[in-house]
Design a protein around this ligand. Structure first.
Ligand SMILES: C[S@@+](CC[C@H](N)C(=O)[O-])C[C@H]1O[C@@H](n2cnc3c(N)ncnc32)[C@H](O)[C@@H]1O
Ligand code: SF4
Length: 394
């Protein structure tokens, strides 16, 4: 089923998963293996690391380049215009930069890119960037950099098993600026065991002093299969209280608002509207994207699929699309746009979800949602119970 995109041209985002890291952070359930892990099996690196055989960079590159060729043939008649590419991971910046150049060249050969400036982002770990690498990225057309900082408190970084120290993050940021990057995202984590409000304030102060264009702030999730999960089960640390976790989030909301950042998604802030991550926006409004590399997920031609073993190739029904659009749009600052919903799904929100609408109205009466003629959005209070509200659509 192809849903009405509401746009004339058919744009496509491409996600490239790079499943390699310097070392495995204790909290991370993303599909990746640490350097030197080629000798081990991927299944030992976290619950989402599902492949049972080792992967070398060479094997990864070979299979990725073959997939690019194959998918470009499969979608030849769709006339897609690629307007975003996102290298995520894992740690894409760990690859020799020539490989990134090779991947972009293969994508440009196989697909039509938007005229002007497609958004091309790459995720990076502070320890993996050099001036040469950054310079090469710019030459390949990469115009957005996302650096995993996590914290400016070295005790926190150590506890999390990060490969870098606070000083490395600031230095890497400066290096990226020197090489001309003018669209940089920094990731920070909060709600960490033993993290104090002072430590969080200090990390925010330091990150803001760098004036990044974009910030992603994530509350720590204990992911099954990770080292941190094992440590928690063994009673090696206590989780931070929900209250303090929420206080940290609300402190950041207020602070970033004062600094002029636009809070456009639960975990994301941009300095201006045009600095929002265009690729990630696709995940929240049911736009089409192709995921390449192990574990990457795709949504193309109304079909969800992934290379992950056991993942079912699923043609989305109208109900699936309606629920996914509502669920993901609730994460955004604008919320569910009922006009857009009707254009995309072909039926009004109230007609698809009459019972859920009543529940949403109850949440609105309790101050957790704002509902006007067009939008349904979470309030600041609602964000704290967003899982409960979103679960209405699952
Ligand atoms: C896939 S990582 C990419 C960045 C790069 N690999 C690095 O860590 O430097 C994306 C971000 O997800 C966040 N993240 C990963 N695991 C998380 C977890 N369990 N809880 C909260 N945030 C997490 C981190 O902030 C991380 O920077
Ligand atoms: S470097 Fe990033 S992707 Fe790799 S293990 Fe750490 S958080 Fe996960």
């Amino acid at each position: 089923m192809i849903i009405n995109s509401g746009k004339n041209e058919r744009t496509l985002g491409i996600y490239v998963h790079v499943p390699f890291c310097l070392s495995k952070c204790k909290y991370c359930g993303f599909y990746s293996q640490a350097e030197g892990d080629e000798k081990k099996t991927l299944s030992s690196t976290g619950d989402k690391a599902v492949a049972a055989s080792p992967l070398t960079v060479e094997a990864y590159m070979k299979s990725l380049l073959e997939d690019i060729e194959e998918y470009s043939r499969v979608y030849e008649d769709c006339n897609f215009i690629v307007d975003t590419v996102f290298f995520g991971g894992g740690t894409p910046s760990i690859l020799p930069y020539e490989f990134i150049g090779e991947i972009i060249a293969a994508l440009r050969k196989g697909f039509t890119f938007v005229k002007g400036q497609p958004e091309i982002s790459i995720e990076a770990n502070p320890k993996t960037l050099t001036a040469d690498k950054l310079k090469a990225y710019r030459e390949y057309g990469i115009n957005r950099l996302s650096i995993g900082v996590q914290s400016f408190d070295n005790r926190m970084l150590e506890f999390l098993g990060r490969a870098h120290r606070a000083e490395d993050a600031a230095e890497t940021f400066k290096l990226a600026r020197e090489q001309g990057f003018d669209n940089i995202n920094l990731d920070l984590m909060f709600g960490l065991p033993n993290q104090t409000m002072n430590s969080w304030r200090d990390s925010l102060d330091k990150v803001l002093s760098l004036k990044p264009e974009h910030l992603s702030l994530y509350s720590l999730q204990l992911e099954e299969g990770t080292e941190l999960f094992r440590m928690f089960e063994n009673g090696e640390f206590a989780q931070l209280s929900d209250e303090l976790d929420r206080d940290m989030y609300h402190y950041a909301l207020e602070r970033l608002n004062k600094e002029g950042y636009d809070h456009y998604e639960i975990s994301n802030w941009a300095l201006r509207k045009d600095l929002r991550c265009r690729h990630n926006l696709k995940y929240w409004d049911l736009s089409e994207y192709l995921g390449l590399g192990p574990s990457a997920a795709s949504y193309v031609n109304g079909v969800r699929f992934s290379e992950e073993p056991g993942f079912e190739y699923r043609e989305n029904s109208l109900e699936d699309n309606a629920a996914e659009l509502a669920f993901t749009a609730l994460r955004t600052g604008e919320g569910i746009d009922r006009q857009l919903f009707c254009e995309r799904i072909g039926v009004s929100f109230e007609d698809v979800f009459p019972d859920i609408m009543k529940r949403l109205e109850e949440h609105a009466r309790c101050g957790r949602l704002e509902i006007d003629d067009r939008f349904i959005r979470l309030t600041e209070k609602g964000i704290d119970t967003s899982n409960q509200i979103m679960s209405l659509f699952v």
